[in-house]
Design a protein around this ligand. Structure first.
Ligand code: SAM
Length: 299
C-alpha cells in the first residue's frame, strides 16, 4: 500500500491481476481493491471467477476473455481503455499471460498508448521453483511440454544438448496428471534415470506435495500409485553435464572407447559420435571435440 487514505481512486488503464492457484488466502489486498474498483473484469472463465468474486463480496461486472476470443475481444477492450476505462484481467488461476490469456491484450494496450499495470501474486512455476531444491538463480519456463511423444522428445533432447553450455539452472514445465508418466519416461530416456527432478503437485492446496529425487525414483513413485491426480509442475535440473563429471579425463577416455566400440560394431564414424554424444548429454560438436582429443595425433 502507498500509505495514503483508503481506496485511492483507480487510475485508467489495464490491470493484469494475479489470483490464487488454490489457497484463497493468496489473493493480495491490492488485487482485491483493484477488482473492486475496476469498471469491468475480463475473465478467462466468468463462472470460475464468479466463485472468487463471490467469496470476497466483489460485484464488479465481468466479461469473458479466453483463448478463443482473445484477439477479437481485445479490440473492444482496447476501445474502452482508450476512453479512460479501468479494466482488470484475470485468468482462472495464477498470473494472467503465463500459460493463460492476457499477453495479447497487454501488447495491444501498450501499442495503443494505454497504461498497463501488473498486479503480482500467485504463479505455479515460481512457487514450485523456490521449494524444488533445484537451482533458482537461473531458470527457464517452457509452459506445457508437447503432448505427443515425438515432439516432447525433440524438446527434451534440445535441452539436454544445451546442458554443457548452460549456467546451473532449472527447466520448468506445466504438466497434467494423464501426461506426467509419459513425460517422465521421456526424461529418463533423454537425460537418464539418475537425472535430478522435482515434481510439485497441488501447490498451496490441502494435498500439496513435492516429489524430489532422480527421474527414475519420481517415475517409480508415481507408477506405484493407483491413480495420479491434481495440478502439477515438473522441474528438471539444468546443471551443466560436464560439471557433474569432475573427472573430465575419464569422461573423455570413455567417450573415445565408446565411439571406437560403436564403429567396430558397424556404425559409421558420424553415427557412432552421434550416439555417444546422446548417451552423455553432449552436443554433437562437443562430442566431436572430446573425441578428437582422444585420437592419436596424425603426423
Ligand atoms: N497462469 C497460471 C500460473 O500463473 O501459474 C498457470 C495456468 S496453466 C493453464 C495451468 C497449469 O499450471 C496446470 O496444468 C499446472 O501445470 C500449473 N498449476 C496451476 N495451479 C497449480 C497448483 N496449484 N499446483 C501445481 N501446479 C499448478
Amino acid at each position: 500500500m502507498d500509505g495514503s487514505s483508503e481506496n485511492p481512486p483507480l487510475a485508467p488503464g489495464l490491470y493484469l491481476v494475479a489470483t490464487p492457484i488454490g489457497n484463497l488466502e493468496d489473493i493480495t489486498l491490492r488485487a482485491l481493491r483493484i477488482l473492486k474498483q475496476a469498471d469491468r473484469i475480463a475473465c478467462e472463465d466468468t463462472r470460475q471467477t464468479a466463485k472468487l468474486l463471490g467469496h470476497f463480496g466483489i460485484a464488479t461486472p465481468t466479461v469473458s476473455y479466453h483463448a478463443h476470443n482473445e484477439a477479437s475481444r481485445a479490440n473492444e477492450l482496447i476501445e474502452a481503455l482508450q476512453q479512460g476505462g479501468r479494466i482488470a484481467v484475470v485468468s482462472d488461476a495464477g498470473t494472467p499471460g503465463i500459460a493463460d490469456p492476457g499477453a495479447i491484450l497487454a501488447r495491444e494496450a501498450i501499442a495503443a498508448g494505454v497504461a498497463v499495470f501488473a498486479i503480482p501474486g500467485a504463479n505455479a512455476a515460481i512457487t514450485a521453483l523456490v521449494a524444488s531444491g533445484l537451482p533458482s538463480e537461473h531458470f527457464a519456463f517452457h509452459g506445457f511440454l508437447p503432448s505427443k511423444e515425438g515432439a516432447r522428445r525433440t524438446v527434451l533432447e534440445a535441452l539436454r544438448d544445451a546442458l554443457p553450455h548452460s549456467e546451473p539452472s532449472t527447466h520448468i514445465f506445466y504438466e497434467t496428471p494423464h501426461r506426467i508418466v509419459g513425460a517422465l519416461e521421456d526424461v529418463v530416456a533423454t537425460f537418464g534415470a539418475a537425472h535430478r527432478v522435482s515434481l510439485a503437485r497441488e501447490l498451496t492446496k490441502l494435498h500439496e506435495e513435492f516429489l524430489r529425487g532422480t527421474a527414475g525414483e519420481v517415475l517409480a513413485a508415481l507408477q506405484s500409485r493407483p491413480s495420479i491426480r491434481g495440478e502439477m509442475v515438473l522441474l528438471l535440473d539444468g546443471t551443466p553435464t560436464l560439471a557433474l563429471h569432475p573427472i573430465g579425463e575419464a569422461v573423455h577416455a570413455t567417450l573415445g572407447a565408446e565411439v571406437a566400440a560403436l564403429i567396430k560394431s558397424g556404425l559409421s564414424e558420424k553415427d557412432a559420435l552421434k550416439q555417444a554424444a546422446k548417451s552423455r548429454g553432449l552436443s554433437k560438436s562437443e562430442a566431436y571435440r572430446e573425441w578428437q582429443r582422444t585420437q592419436p595425433r596424425k603426423r
